[in-house]
Design a binder for this molecule. Structure first.
Ligand code: FAD
Length: 1550
């Protein structure tokens, strides 16, 4: 029997081992998912914030903070599992891991943020740093220059060099921010600060962190480089910025793919030599500011609104001048003079500056002197000391403000005050003052938490150290890669502060005993230090602050016991620490931080620390706190005490005796002690608390400490009133978060009568309380008021039957505001509740946003039918006799595993107009979805419906016949769940094999290997499926989500792991059989989990839906947007997607005033609709109207059947209506294989970016030679513009005359003559057949077919355009090269319209189909299409499009218009009074042409006409009067005027 008992024990142990490892793996996998989600979210946030002035939601911040905390907790438990400390039983560990897995899963779930991550904000995102402000024309020019270099393929590495303080970092910070906004062009942007303490290893780690690559387990530099290079190469496009590079290194050694396509590198350095040696293709030197710019910056830093009296301004200007044009000096100096108005002070500052600089003549030391003067200007020695203290941190270190203030307090730099809050306020004031004086920069540490930090510019830090070292007071060797202590002679007797933090010091020589009797601060944190010899502290009797956090220290030397002046002993995260000597004599100690250290018992003599203010005993390994210690520590203001041990508890009266507590967190012995403490709070208590009772592992508390300041967690205790009516639980009146678990005696909240006063409760979680029958009872008046409740979670409540138990008929209803602020309601695993809401109750949930109901096996209905008495209820709405149940704010509804659910709303309808996300799985008896099936269109905010199984969805009944169709595009059916269930049997099989096998590692390995390969096969099938999908999408450029990418990488790495295991098995060499067996088992679990995870990747790509999408952001798009707005548009309904980076503008300007040398047209001057005399639509206009401008986004795939557009960066857009407005593209000479046509400086003109490039080159090739190829309107306009720019211009075209498609020879001869007079050489009847380039690849000559060779600095090609329709080929009917439409611009595909250049439409006037590439048509067709769409929605009709062709052009001083059709016989006419106006030499050219076809005037052209005459010829072309040639020749001009004058015409004229 005994033997059997042992066997069972062993079996139990093995099963625990097995279960623990498995669970741990599961936890890690979940954590990986969470990491992936976190990365996605952080990236999305950064993009959203940089792009559109959005700020993240608090909720998202909290989530990120919770993720960080959870990761810490997992790390601790991981360590506990690895080290197998057996501090607590395996069963406890298993429980811990399970709990954590649940919490990580919940975080993952919460991380979906279906409502988006960010909120709109009108506030500008302010630059956090004054120093980030760009001042000076040169800076702006430099920005432009760098941006342009980045656009070019040939410049992959850009070096920016210049002296310290000249503004290199500021410049690249701006570039960085700018690039973030243009991520579709440049891809990801990564910023890494390199600094002096450079090492390949550090640089690798820093870059890896940016690209979310974990290199922590890889030490080999080469392997690290390979991994990093791979990770970078996976990103197709990115810009990597390396700031402050001091040394040359080999890119390959780091793992940065050098000169790889798509990868751009920018580096800043003080030395040109570094740029050269790093192979930069272009280098830019940053020069100091000019005197005037320096003055402007000085004034801006002082404050814009400040006007200085004349005499002060004079001195101030001199001060600015003394700063030698270095922005850092100027800003710091001006910062220190802010608010000074006394002329004497100004003069004094100038004098000091001059004196301090006398004898110095290099600029860098100039700036030092300037900085020193600013330091002196602080005029407060305390503030100055605080400033110097910051120099103890490494260069470029972001110091958290809170931490720094703690240090100031430790150091006594902040005078002692009554409470910590006041001390903190003082600390914040000091830091603000230093920031204001520009001696510190405010920065954010965004990841993982948003933490406010400060940083010192390296020159400022050098200056601070220079001051501090002047009497050898400081020794700072922080973050410089030290491996051992500085030499003995460096430890001089007058040292006061020593910082050796962030090094690699692992040992201190046994005899080291520095003689530093005045040393007050020793900073050793972040070193691998394990031991300190006893003699080390012997000569440091004055030591006040000893910082050893984040070290590997195992045992503190006994000499610490004698440091009687010590006021702060900091040992945070010293997880190896086992021994702390007696603290009996350390009565001066005010702060003791042992958080996450490895001690098991509190240090001896703790009770003597009567001055202790701050005690952090968040120690996982600590067993207990002896009774009687706490009351001795009567000055405590901050106390946190809990660990993994159940026995680490506190007594209520002991904590109550600590009357100065401001922050407290700990676990009480029992509910009695808890009550005792809570009762003491009546006299006031901490402003932050977390009070716990009954938790097995208080270390893993479920509370979200970031969000709640006042939390209570109760587990496994009796909280109901006793039989004698005695109060069992006393709740704090100000509690905000209440978590109740396994308190089985309690039936409803009404059992907690003391809760009546808890009016501020925001979150309530009730978990596994068997006695719980209802949450509230309407018959009781003594319940916790739930008016402020935001979140309610009910889980595993076996006996919960109703939310609110109804009392007797006469009992009062629940208080009116109960649940009125509830936003989130989750109910899981409550198997006995049948109905969730009674109609009468629903009105209380008017603010509910999320409802999750899962695994409630008996749930039959969500909202019950009203009973007779309910009919009286005044709160329900009745519309046309139908009862309307409203949840007006509900966004997310999730119904899972509700096998008995028959109806969502048993009577009437349910209205949820805000619904975005609906998920229904395994609710097979549900036949209708009443919240979706009444309307012909989906709820306005609906984004996604997740339904499973699909057959269930197909079997649903719909009230409106069209409802299902309109909802279909929102649906996702997770078919892999099916696939998974098929696998369940197999997995169970595997698990049982696993359990059996754990006891026999050595025997079954090969069998297991087979199993593993079986699972791997499944896994690879799934991978292949996803790969194929991705591959197909990649062809069109779509990018998968980060999460999916991680998954694919994991599958790849498990494959390679398994290959290695196989090899090991083959060799049976290095690893023991047992080890291999163990590995195989681990891999099986990993593979299963990956499989499970892979099945949930149903959304591989990102999507966004709009009701209307305009594809193309040119002329037509702008006019269409205006028309939509006129017709009525809801915010968020319309999006314009454009390849160009700017809002729609009037394209014709590009070949005209845009190219002029003087007063050129520039945006925002010519945004649509100024061209037709309308309102100018600036980007703000679109924003105001809720129209989303998706700029810089090229659509690379259009699937009209699924109404899906895919962008080059992989974003997917869906729509209901699509307007295609993609315009035309310029025909390229390279398309015809013209030799050398890809040389530099050959331009085309279609988009603003083309025009920008041309303008830039015109500037660099002043008065050079230009060849214009093409004699159409673009050729003529550009030819004129180049001439105006004083270029020597030749125009080449094959036709016998220019604009041959429209002009007659007579018209053309006028213009050709005119051009010749202007000095333009015209070469007709020939074409360019080749180009030659110089050694820089720039065009040099143009070879013509007639043998002529033209010299050229610039070539502009205007040989026509072709409509951009390739995306739609085969999906839509085409005609005459364009997309065929009807007179309403409807294409052959329903709800798809085409306008502008791409449309071939019925030209009513001439009864044929035409495509027109004129701006006037682009505007009008767009308006017509929008009117047609809107009319179709309202069931109305509009008139068919009846267009009169109109075209115009302007060059030099000329301007012509044309209307109608140029067919038939042309008739030239001129001004009757002046027949010289047809001559090219005329000073006022004026003439025209009519075209007579079948006896009627069908077209008219006029040069130099008045507005009236132009109007007249338009009218003539439209009315097509009959006319005779000779008549028109004589009085053509007169007729034009008469028609245009609106006076009645006598028919006899023509
Ligand atoms: C230099 C120049 C001068 C002109 N001068 C005159 C003139 O004097 N008189 C006159 O009547 N007409 C003139 N025109 C013609 C007139 O500008 C066009 O007819 C008009 O712009 C057509 O408007 P649209 O909206 O159809 O196309 P566009 O204005 O060309 O707009 C098309 C837009 O679609 C975008 N786009 C294309 N493909 C994609 C994609 N896959 N994804 C995202 N976005 C895409 C483009 O980037 C562009 O922003 C001129 C044209 C040019 C180029």
């Amino acid at each position: 029997m005994e033997y059997l008992g042992k066997l069972i024990e062993v079996g139990q142990w093995i099963s625990n081992c097995c279960s623990l490892n498995k669970k741990m793996h599961k936890l890690k996998r979940k954590l990986e998912d969470l990491n992936g989600r976190e990365v996605d979210i952080v990236q999305e946030l950064e993009y959203a914030e940089s792009l559109s002035l959005k700020k993240r939601k608090k909720e998202v911040d909290n989530w990120l903070a919770s993720v960080a905390r959870k990761k810490d907790e997992v790390r601790v438990i991981e360590k506990a599992v690895e080290q197998d400390r057996l501090l607590f039983t395996r069963v406890q560990l298993v429980k811990c891991v399970e709990d954590l897995t649940g919490e990580v899963t919940e975080l993952l779930e919460r991380g979906k943020f279906s409502e988006g991550l960010s909120l709109d904000t009108l506030e500008m995102r302010e630059d956090a740093l004054l120093t980030t402000k760009l001042v000076g024309q040169t800076f702006h020019e430099n920005m432009d220059k760098i941006r342009k270099w980045l656009m070019k393929d040939e410049f992959l590495t850009i070096g920016i060099f210049g002296m310290g303080g000249v503004g290199k970092t500021t410049l690249v910070m701006h570039i960085h921010n700018q690039l973030l906004k243009e991520s579709s062009t440049f891809g990801n942007v990564y910023w890494v600060t390199v600094s002096k303490d450079f090492s390949i290893h550090k640089l690798q780690s820093d870059i890896a962190k940016m690209v979310c690559l974990d290199l922590s387990n890889e030490d080999d530099e080469k392997k690290r480089a390979a991994k990093l290079a791979q990770a970078l190469m996976r990103r197709k496009k990115y810009v990597l910025i390396l700031d402050d590079v001091w040394n040359h290194f080999l890119w390959d050694k780091v793992g940065i793919p050098f000169r790889a396509t798509g990868c751009k590198l920018i580096l800043t350095t003080r030395s040109l030599d570094v740029c050269r040696r790093l192979g930069c293709e272009v280098n830019m030197k940053l020069e100091p500011l000019s005197e005037e710019e320096a003055w402007r910056l000085f004034k801006e830093t002082l404050g814009h609104s400040i006007t200085l009296p004349c005499e002060v301004e004079y001195v101030a200007r001199s001060i600015a001048k003394e700063c030698a044009g270095l922005p850092l000096g100027i800003i710091t100096m001006a910062g220190s003079m802010k608010g000074v108005d006394d002329i004497c002070e100004w003069r004094n500052a100038l004098e000091r500056l001059k004196q301090s600089k006398s004898g110095q003549n290099d600029m860098e030391s100039d700036v030092y002197q300037v900085l020193q003067v600013s330091y002196r200007n602080l005029n407060d020695s305390n503030v100055q000391q605080c400033f110097l203290y910051c120099a103890l941190y490494p260069e470029d270190y972001k110091i958290e403000r809170e931490e720094l203030i703690e240090r100031f307090i430790d150091e006594g730099l902040i005078e002692r005050m009554n409470d910590r809050q006041t001390e903190f306020d003082r600390g914040q004031t000091i830091l603000n003052k230093l920031e204001n004086a520009c001696l510190l920069e405010g920065v954010m540490n965004n990841f993982p938490h948003d933490n406010k930090c400060v940083k010192m510019h390296d020159l400022v830090r050098d200056m601070a150290l220079q001051i501090a070292n002047s009497n050898s007071r400081f020794m700072v060797r922080a973050g410089v890669g030290l491996k051992g202590l500085p030499d003995e002679e460096k430890w001089t007797p007058n040292l006061e502060k020593v910082s050796l933090m962030c090094n690699k010091i692992s040992e201190i020589p046994p005899s080291a005993s520095p003689n530093c009797p005045r040393l007050s601060t020793l900073m050793f944190q972040y070193n691998g230090l394990k031991r300190i010899p006893d003699c080390f502290f012997v000569h440091m009797r004055e030591l006040k602050v000893l910082e050893l956090s984040y070290t590997g220290i195992e045992k503190l030397p006994n000499s610490i016991s004698n440091l009687e002046n010590l006021s702060a002993l900091l040992l945070r995260e010293c997880s190896m620490l086992q021994y702390v000597p007696s603290l009996t004599k350390l009565t001066a100690l005010r702060r003791l931080d042992l958080r996450n250290s490895g001690i098991k018992e509190v240090p001896q003599g703790m009770e003597m620390l009567v001055n202790l203010r701050y005690l952090d005993l968040r120690v996982p390994t600590l067993n207990m706190l002896p009774v009687g210690v706490l009351p001795k520590l009567s000055n405590l203001q901050y106390l946190i005490i809990y660990g993994l041990s159940k026995t680490l508890k506190v007594k209520g009266d002991e904590v109550a005796s600590l009357t100065k507590l401001e922050t407290f967190s700990g676990q009480f012995y029992d509910i009695y002690n808890f009550n005792t403490y809570v009762k003491s709070l009546e006299e006031g208590g901490p402003s932050k608390y977390l009070l716990q009772v009954g938790l097995d592992n208080p270390y893993f508390s479920p509370v979200e400490s970031g969000s709640f300041d006042k939390s209570v967690i109760l587990k496994s205790c009796s909280i109901s009133k006793s039989n004698e009516g005695e109060e069992c639980l006393v709740l704090p009146t100000d509690v905000q978060y209440l978590y109740i678990q396994e308190c089985h005696d309690f039936r409803s909240l009404c059992d907690i009568s003391s809760g009546k006063a808890a009016t501020d409760l925001k979150t309530l979680v009730i978990n596994n309380c068997e006695g719980m029958h209802s949450v509230l009872s309407s018959s009781s008046s003594c319940c916790i008021p739930l008016q402020c409740l935001r979140s309610l979670r009910l889980a595993f409540l076996q006996n919960l039957h109703v939310l609110i138990a109804r009392g007797l008929a006469e009992s009062p209803p629940v208080q009116p505001d109960t649940f009125s602020r509830l936003k989130e309601f989750r109910i899981y695993n409550c198997p006995n509740i049948k109905t969730l809401f009674f109609p009468q109750l629903l009105k209380h949930f008017r603010n509910l946003e999320e409802l999750h109901i899962e695994d409630c096996g008996q749930m039959v209905e969500i909202i019950a039918a009203p009973s007779d008495e309910d009919e009286e209820d005044i709160y329900r709405e009745i519309e046309n006799g139908v009862i309307m149940n409203c949840l007006p704010r509900l966004r997310v509804l999730q119904l899972w595993n509700l096998s008995e659910l028959r109806s969502i709303c048993t009577n009437g309808v349910i209205v949820c107009d805000s619904l975005r996300d609906l998920a229904v799985r395994y609710c097979s008896k549900l036949k209708r979805i009443p919240l979706l099936d009444r309307q012909p269109s989906p709820p306005p905010s609906l984004q996604i419906i997740k339904a499973f199984p699909k057959e269930w969805w197909d079997s649903l009944e719909w009230e409106h016949p069209n409802a299902k169709n309109v909802l279909q595009p929102f649906c996702q059916f997770s078919r892999y769940l099916n696939f998974l269930s098929e696998l369940v049997a197999k997995i169970i099989d595997i698990i049982s094999t696993l359990i059996a096998r754990y006891s026999k590692y050595d025997k079954k390995t090969e069998e297991n290997m087979k199993i593993l390969k079986g699972i791997l096969g499944e896994l690879n099938n799934r991978k292949e499926e996803i790969d194929q999908k991705i591959y197909a999408e990649h062809l069109s450029g779509t990018q998968e989500k980060e999460e999916v990418r991680n998954w694919l990488n994991n599958v790849q790495s498990i494959n390679s792991d398994i290959r290695s295991i196989e090899e090991e098995l083959g060799r049976k060499k290095y690893l023991s059989c047992e080890a291999v067996g163990k590995l195989v088992d681990e891999k099986i679990i990993q593979a299963q989990e990956l499989l499970e995870k892979g099945s949930s990747h149903t959304r591989i790509f990102d999507k966004k839906h709009f009701k209307y999408v305009i594809l193309g952001g040119g002329v037509a798009a702008g006019y269409a947007a205006r028309e939509f707005n006129r017709q009525g548009l809801l915010p968020g309904e319309l999006a314009i997607i454009s390849k160009e980076a700017v809002a729609p503008y009037e394209r014709p300007a590009l070949s005209k005033a845009y190219l002029f040398p003087n007063e050129p047209a520039r945006l925002p001057g010519f945004h649509v609709c100024v061209g037709s005399g309308g309102e100018r639509l600036l980007p703000e206009w679109y924003k105001e109207k809720g129209i989303e401008l998706i700029l810089g986004t090229e659509i690379v795939k259009a699937d009209l059947a699924s109404k899906t557009l895919t962008s080059a960066s992989g974003k997917i857009y869906t729509y209901q209506f699509l307007i295609i407005a993609t315009g035309s593209t310029a025909v390229k000479l390279t398309d015809f294989g013209v030799q050398g046509a890809d040389a530099k400086n050959i331009f085309y003109l279609r988009e603003i970016s083309d025009a920008d490039k041309l303008v830039e080159t015109i500037k660099t090739k002043q008065k050079g030679k230009a060849v214009v190829i093409g004699g159409g309107y673009i050729g003529l306009e550009v030819g004129a513009a180049m001439r105006i720019n004083e270029f020597d211009v030749s125009m080449v075209y094959p036709e016998p005359w220019c604009m041959a498609r429209l002009f007659t020879p007579a018209i053309a001869s006028f213009y050709e003559g005119y051009y010749a007079n202007k000095g333009v050489k015209i070469i007709k009847g020939t074409v360019a057949v080749g180009f030659e380039a110089d050694s820089n690849g720039q065009v040099k000559t143009v070879k013509l077919k007639n043998g002529e060779v033209l010299q050229a600095d610039i070539v502009v090609v205007g040989v026509g355009g072709s409509p951009v329709t390739a995306l739609f080929k085969g999906q839509v009917e085409e005609e005459k090269g364009g997309i065929k439409t009807d007179g309403f611009f409807r294409t052959s595909v329903q709800e798809v319209y085409a306008v502008g250049d791409v449309a071939t439409f019925p030209m009513k006037l001439y009864s044929d189909m035409r495509r027109v590439e004129h701006v006037d048509h682009a505007r009008k067709s767009a308006q017509q299409a929008v009117k047609a769409i809107k009319a179709s929605e309202g069931g109305k009709s509009i008139q068919e499009y009846d267009y009169l062709p109109f075209f115009y052009s302007r060059f030099f001083d000329l301007s012509w218009v044309f209307y109608g059709d140029n067919v038939g016989e042309p008739v030239l006419f001129q001004d009757i009074q002046d027949n010289s106006t047809t001559r090219p030499s005329s000073t006022k050219p004026k003439f025209g042409t009519y075209w007579i076809h079948n006896g009627k005037v069908v077209g008219a052209f006029l040069e130099g006409g008045t507005a009236e005459e132009n109007k007249g010829i338009a009218k003539i072309a439209r009315l097509q009067p009959e006319a005779k040639k000779d008549q028109l020749e004589k009085i053509g001009m007169l007729i034009a005027g008469l028609y245009g004058s609106d006076r009645p015409l006598s028919c006899s004229i023509i």
